[in-house]
Design a binder for this molecule. Structure first.
Ligand code: URA
Length: 439
């Protein structure tokens, strides 16, 4: 087999076979096929697309390019939850403890921030001492003991995806449905959970700006999960403005704790109940959606979910006192309010721009090696549909550098649009797609 022939076949619109896909994935992972040939193939796939069968084969080849985690040592149904990425998306910090308090085994693989979007691992590191570098034994033991463990992607897990993703990032070949679906699903399948609940974001802060594209991506991933024998559910949710009010690592942790105390923002709670009910149904802990929602609400109201968060933080080396005393989380020195420039309804907030404000403040990485400032970010006082009088606070910037604070404030203002009348409300949850594993 020759890589040249594989590139030419795809360039001419042909369908690659399982053997051809395995050949290039294995060869690339081992360093036997050079970047330039794989780049050419990625571009051919970008323009010619992949069939369902090709996408499935690519996913499986990448999932098997490294270790497949064996979670059989964990009792019960293991459920993983994954978001396609957004701004202010602290859902896992709330949902994992709630679901665990309801008896679900949450065995989760998380990532760090990517571009303008945040990552669960960075957020969790706001707890002093917290680590996601767990051995497999400790990961399994923690899930069995307390119901949750979260670890980062190791070098042995789907290494083909790691290499391909980095290549796509610099060759303008990221935003292809099959390539995204196979990238996400290869990691989820390798991470070993029985059921996968996907939160597919759509809107200005998401990867998929258009709802139809988010739906196509969700459908593709659900089909892959089913063919691989895993129960897979996808919820399509709004990311046209930040989720909740806080954006920035420690600020989001604090908002997650507020939510577990029953004082969280409505959109975040709605999302947690929607995703959480699917986790409970998939894990056999509820018979109906209504029953699942009731259990989830009980876990918050009884304080069981908050206690679970504290146990989880402690089990991964973090200072769990911060769960009850949030002033122990990293705090920024400068608080700069951003006043509304005019009277009017907030009609739109360019969500990716809000993520960039957090990056400007130091809350995300400029390069792979950058150290991030966990304390910085912003808290929105007004969201889309709210009325603001001129001079009223739209948001508060949390910073450690005055010049950066002012730059972020300007950028935030430019991201907001105002109107004389209230904008039309659109549903926050756009759709739920599900399929039980077993092709
Ligand atoms: N997230 C991933 O893990 N892979 C992609 O290709 C896009 C988003």
């Amino acid at each position: 087999m020759r890589m040249y022939d594989i590139i030419m076949k795809k360039r001419n619109g042909g369908e690659l076979t399982r053997e051809e896909i395995r050949y290039f994935v294995e060869g690339y992972t081992k360093g036997e096929i050079p970047d330039y040939q794989v780049s050419a193939l990625m571009m051919a796939i970008y323009f010619r697309k992949m069939t369902e069968a090709e996408t499935y084969e690519l996913t499986m080849a990448m999932a098997h390019s490294g270790d497949m985690l064996d979670l059989s040592g964990i009792r019960g149904v293991k459920v993983d939850k994954h978001s396609t990425g957004g701004v202010g998306d602290k859902t896992s910090l709330v949902l994992a403890p709630i679901a665990a308090a309801c008896g679900i085994s949450v065995a989760k693989m998380s990532g760090r921030g990517l571009g303008h979007t945040g990552g669960t691992i960075d957020k969790l590191e706001s707890f002093p001492g917290f680590t996601t570098a767990l051995t497999r034994e400790r990961f399994i033991d923690n899930v069995n003991r307390i119901g949750i463990a979260i670890m980062g992607q190791t070098a042995d897990l789907a290494p083909a995806d790691k290499k391909l993703y980095a290549l796509r990032d610099v060759t303008a070949t990221v935003d292809n449905m099959s390539l995204i679906a196979s990238s996400i699903m290869s990691k989820k399948l390798a991470a070993g959970a029985d059921a996968i609940v996907l939160d597919v974001k759509t809107g200005s802060g998401a990867f998929m700006k258009e709802e139809k594209d988010a739906r196509a991506l969700a459908e593709e991933m659900v089909k892959i999960g089913k063919s691989a024998g895993r129960t897979t559910v996808a919820v399509i949710s709004d990311m046209d403005q930040p989720l909740g009010r806080a954006v920035g690592n420690a600020l989001e942790v604090k908002e997650a704790i507020d939510t577990l105390n029953g004082r969280g923002p409505e959109d975040l709670m709605e999302l947690c109940l929607t995703l959480g009910s699917r986790m409970l149904l998939a894990g056999g802990k509820a018979e109906t959606e209504e029953q699942a929602v009731e259990k989830l609400r009980d876990a918050v109201e009884s304080g069981a979910a908050l206690k679970k968060l504290a146990q989880f933080v402690e089990a991964q080396g973090g200072d769990s006192r911060a769960v009850y005393h949030t002033e122990l989380l990293p705090q920024a020195k400068i608080l700069l309010p951003v006043p509304a420039p005019q009277d009017g309804y907030v009609s739109h907030i360019a969500c990716d721009e809000v993520g960039i404000c957090s990056l400007i403040l130091g809350g995300g990485r400029e390069t792979k090696e950058s150290e991030i400032d966990l304390s910085v970010g912003l808290v929105l006082h007004k969201k889309v549909g709210d009325y603001a009088k001129a001079g009223e606070t739209l948001a508060v910037i949390h910073a450690n550098d005055r010049a950066k604070a002012e730059q972020a404030a300007q950028r935030f203002l430019s991201a907001c649009t105002f109107a004389e009348s209230a904008p039309k409300r659109t549903p926050f949850i756009k759709a739920v797609l599900s399929q039980t594993g077993g092709a």
